[in-house]
Every structure is written in C-alpha cells, then in structure tokens.
Design a protein around this ligand. Structure first.
Ligand SMILES: [Zn+2]
Length: 180
C-alpha cells in the first residue's frame, strides 16, 4: 500500500489538521489544555489582561471562531444545558422578560425564514413535479421493504400515511398548477 505524501500528518497523533502557523491542531489543543490544567490562575490572568488591552480584537476573534465552528458551539450549549437545565431555563426566561421586542423580532425573523424555505420548496416542486414524483418512486423502489416495515410496524403508521397522502395531494396540486 502506498501512502500519499501530499497529505501532511502529525507524527505524534496522526492528525492532518494543521494550524495556519503549521502546528498540529489536536496536539496544540492538548498542550494548551495541559498547561491550563497546571496553571489555571496564570492563564486566566493572562487572558484577562489581553482582553483588557484588546477587547475589540478578542471579540472579533471569538465571533470569527464561532462562525467557523458552529457545531462546536452547539455541542457546548447542549452540554451546558444538560448540566444546568434549571439555570438555562431561568436565564432564558429572564432574557425574554427583559427583551420582549428582541424576542418578538427574532421569532418573526424565524417564521419568515421558515416561510421562505417553504416557498422555495413549493416553487421547486411546482417547477419539477415529474422529477419529484420520479425521485419518490425511485426511493420507494429502492427502499420498499424499509418503507413497508415502517408503515406496518410503526406506531406512527397513521401519521406516515397521512403525511404521504398530504405529500401526494400536494404534488398533484402542484402539477395542476404547472399544467395550466
Ligand atoms: Zn498531533
């Protein structure tokens, strides 16, 4: 077996994730974590001093990191919520009470996004009814057993039937629209 030499690999841990400066990402993370575990107060003081001297820079860096790693933030939030459900609920309630307009605006934006996505989907169905029908038929042909087991065996039998019926009537309607 030949190993590609184009892909860089860390000699210590085998990772191919590298920082811009060339350091291995996992190893660098592990080193930082070990240093932090050994010197938490020192690190905290250093970070606080850096933040005090460069607040905008730190904020921008944090925002950029969050934007580049949305899954990490989500996982962190989920873990925090799992560990502190009552605290999170109380915080959320307090935030809502203090910022009703912000909450309203956010909900409205969320609904508008949802409507937009729905409209996009409907437009796609309307423009490609045959394609959608063919795709569904192909999926059923390839997974008929799965679909059937799901339909006959599941407690959600009725729900699935209903949603399929809804989908089919929707497709029919859409094809009527385009036939006009
Ligand atoms: Zn490494």
């Amino acid at each position: 077996m030949t190993v590609s030499t184009n892909v860089w690999q860390c000699k210590r841990c085998g990772s191919s994730e590298r920082k811009a400066a060339g350091e291995c990402k996992p190893c660098s993370r592990a080193r930082n974590a070990a240093y932090y575990a050994a010197n938490p107060e020192k690190v905290k003081a250093k970070q606080a001093a850096y933040y005090a001297a460069n607040p905008e820079k730190v904020k921008a860096q944090k925002a950029a990191y969050r934007a580049a790693n949305p899954e990490e933030k989500k996982a962190q939030n989920a873990a925090y919520y799992a560990a502190n459900p009552d605290k999170v609920r109380a915080q959320t309630a307090a935030y809502r009470a203090a910022n009703p307009d912000k909450v309203k605006a956010k909900n409205a934006a969320y609904r508008a996004d949802k409507e937009k996505a729905k409209a996009r989907k409907a437009a796609y169905y309307a423009a490609n009814p045959e394609k959608m029908k063919a795709r569904m038929a192909a999926y059923y042909a390839a997974n008929s057993e799965k679909v059937n087991t799901r339909i006959t065996g599941s407690r959600n039998r009725l729900k699935i039937r209903k949603s399929l019926a809804r989908l089919f009537s929707f497709l029919d309607e859409m094809s009527k629209v385009t036939e006009k």
